[in-house]
Design a protein around this ligand. Structure first.
Ligand SMILES: N[C@@H](CCC(=O)NCCCC(=O)O)C(=O)O
Length: 256
């Protein structure tokens, strides 16, 4: 008898980190915050540790959605034709994997949602570029979290985003603007091909994008909707829309 799957599987690419533990080789990590949000939506998070670019065509057909999480590491500037800063914490394995994963998810109409670094990866994978240090740019807000404060403060609402009228973002927010958290130093400079900017910070930074012409859910946000999403209707509605698209994808696969 064939086994029945009850939950859509969501691929969350791991981050490679050198943790303060005894193995100098490092660790593949996923913050529980993302895995818990995915689970609360009735989806099953899956990790493919050490997955390489070449594995994407085999692994992607096994899942119903891709969630590109945030990470303290920066997208390496060489991916958008610039030089990495000497202060950059990097994750070349994840960069390499997600560049392909973004393009292939869109080609295969697998729902994709980019959060923070994930939004930046979507932008770079589609040929866009990033500002490397927003806080050093005149006229820009400091979008970084207050590092030495408790997590509640770091993830607290920090600024408004202005939402394009008629966009899904405006619908999820129930109005033309919303307040969001902010924990990043990089940010979108040149917009990637096919991306439409639908949410902006007060300093003009692109904070929410939709992939135009995508055949499924394909959005990225610079803020963190996974943080206490149950208490934040805008975050919750955004995540639920992603989950609905993943469920629709699973249904299609089962019927195929
Ligand atoms: N390093 C990049 C991306 C920032 C980012 O994703 N922050 C999230 C940190 C918390 C987490 O791990 O989820 C930048 O600074 O722009």
């Amino acid at each position: 008898m064939a086994a029945t799957r009850h939950k859509p599987l969501i691929w969350l690419p791991a981050c490679h980190r050198h943790l303060d533990l005894n193995d100098p080789g490092g660790y593949s990590v996923l913050a529980d915050r993302y895995a818990l949000a995915v689970t609360a939506l009735g989806l099953q998070p899956v990790l493919f540790p050490m997955a390489e670019v070449e594995d994407v065509p085999c692994l992607l057909p096994l899942v119903d959605g891709v969630l590109l999480t945030g990470s303290p590491s920066n997208v390496e500037a060489t991916h958008f034709g610039a030089t990495a800063l000497s202060t950059d914490l990097l994750d070349p394995r994840r960069d390499k994997l997600t560049m392909r994963l973004v393009r292939e998810s869109l080609e295969r109409a697998v729902p994709i949602f980019g959060v923070c670094r994930g939004l930046q990866e979507m932008n770079v994978a589609l040929g866009g570029s990033l500002h490397q240090s927003l806080h050093d740019r005149p006229g820009m807000l400091d979008h970084r979290e207050p590092e030495n404060e408790p997590l509640e403060v770091q993830f607290g609402e920090r600024h408004e985003v202005l939402l394009e009228p008629g966009s899904q973002f405006a619908e999820w927010a129930g109005g033309p603007s919303a307040r969001v958290n902010s924990l990043h130093g990089q940010g979108i400079n040149r917009l990637g091909e096919g991306l439409r900017a639908e949410a902006h910070a007060p300093d003009g930074l692109v904070e929410g994008v939709r992939v135009q012409g995508a055949r499924t859910f394909a959005y990225g946000v610079q803020w963190h909707p996974e943080w206490q999403h149950e208490q934040h209707p805008f975050y919750e509605r955004t995540l639920r829309a992603f989950a609905d698209a993943c469920r629709a994808h699973m249904k299609q696969r089962e019927e195929a």
